[in-house]
Design a binder for this molecule. Structure first.
Ligand code: CP3
Length: 331
């Protein structure tokens, strides 16, 4: 069993490190492939290249887990929206069409995502048995930001959208299908990214973030799929989230104090926390920040990671140094 799975399922304390957004942006070997593949969605759906990119950070740093190279927006794509990644701007989706969305059949959805499952199969064959292969989805709220109002990110437009709860229900159903298919293809852990949870007003957190995450985690538990949730930016509500959703693992963002997390986020495995910009600082400052987390969780099962994704401007040598520091750290 991979050590990530061991930590999540058996709650044992052992070393395990991977980084959100480890496959991509900051790696020259990724940028080289990317420069020859200008259509990002097509790149995500190229199983051979996706697998190659997934393994790039493993080959370079010998991390304990690989995360499949894909994107959270591949699900809105498979549900009928065109997805365009615009340089120096980000993703843009074609206008949402409720009727077409509600009309999408499971068979067609799965067929569109088949290259992702193939990429997972290829990667699992090439990846050492000791290492975990993580698959992921975007949580409904975070996907809705892109699907319904990416340009303005006006929360009220989404909260007041007609039939919003019908949309969320269909999203959850299809996200669960995507999780199950990724696991069947050879992934062994799922991470649920709710990157925009912090935009929700407190009174809406329960229905737009906590409940959908709970539905997904309950599905995973029923299927015995190890899961990690990342409700970024919800501050003290991490405690409420954890008490209700009870995921196997909880990824904390860089605004969460590790000591607070240790005392309040119980019966789960904490992952991450460190600010991604720490890797842009001098070595000593970076190590000091890392030590704060490693000391706090010294006696707890803990997955070393960051409080959000690696920044595109990160020097890969810094990543290497940080991993070495982690591997040599003894309380
Ligand atoms: O983690 C990994 O390395 C695996 C692949 C992965 C990507 N996106 C590839 C990618 C993962 C796990 C994601 C998740 C993702 N995608 C999230 C949640 C995590 C987070 O960072 O909050 C979100 C919100 C997205 C949506 C998205 N995709 C945005 C906003 C953008 C543009 C800006 C950016 O973050 O890079 C993307 C594009 C994207 N997804 C790139 C990569 C490698 C960059 C593509 C490029 O080269 O232009």
């Amino acid at each position: 069993m991979s050590n990530l799975k061991k930590i999540l399922l058996e709650k044992v304390s052992c070393k395990s490190v991977w980084f959100m957004r480890q496959a991509g942006r900051y790696l020259p070997e990724f940028r080289k492939i990317r420069s020859n593949n200008t259509n990002f969605v097509e790149l995500c759906l190229n199983s051979e290249l996706s697998s190659l990119i997934t393994l790039q950070p493993i080959d370079r740093f010998d991390l304990d887990s690989a995360i499949i190279f894909s994107d959270i927006l591949i699900v809105p794509y498979a549900l009928g929206q065109k997805v365009n990644f615009i340089k120096n701007y980000g993703p843009e989706l074609s206008p949402f069409d409720l009727e077409a969305f509600l009309d999408v059949k499971e068979r067609n959805f799965v067929k569109s995502l088949d290259p992702v499952y193939k990429a997972i199969e290829i990667t699992r064959r090439k990846l050492s048995k000791k290492k975990s292969l993580i698959c992921f989805i975007g949580a409904p709220w975070t996907l809705l930001i892109y699907m319904l109002d990416h340009k303005r990110k006006d929360v009220n437009t989404i909260l007041n959208y007609p039939d919003i709860h019908i949309i969320i229900k269909k999203l959850i159903k299809f996200l669960n299908i995507h999780i199950e298919n990724q696991i069947s293809a050879g992934a062994d852990v799922v991470q649920v990214f709710d990157s925009w949870a912090g935009l929700l007003p407190e009174k809406e957190l329960e229905s737009f973030c906590i409940k959908p995450n709970l539905n997904i985690v309950e599905f995973c538990k029923q299927k015995k799929i190890p899961n990690i949730c990342f409700p970024k930016g919800i501050g003290k509500n991490y405690e409420k989230f954890n008490n209700i959703v009870k995921p196997d693992g909880l990824s904390i963002d860089y605004e969460i104090d590790p000591e607070w997390a240790k005392s309040k986020l119980l019966d789960t495995v904490i992952q991450g926390g460190m600010k991604p910009s720490s890797l842009l600082k001098e070595d000593n400052e970076m190590f000091e920040t890392a030590a704060k987390y490693l000391k706090a969780f010294n006696k707890n099962p803990y997955i070393f990671n960051l409080g959000h994704g690696l920044l595109p401007e990160t020097d890969p040598d810094k990543v290497k140094k940080l991993i070495k520091f982690y591997r040599n750290f003894n309380g």
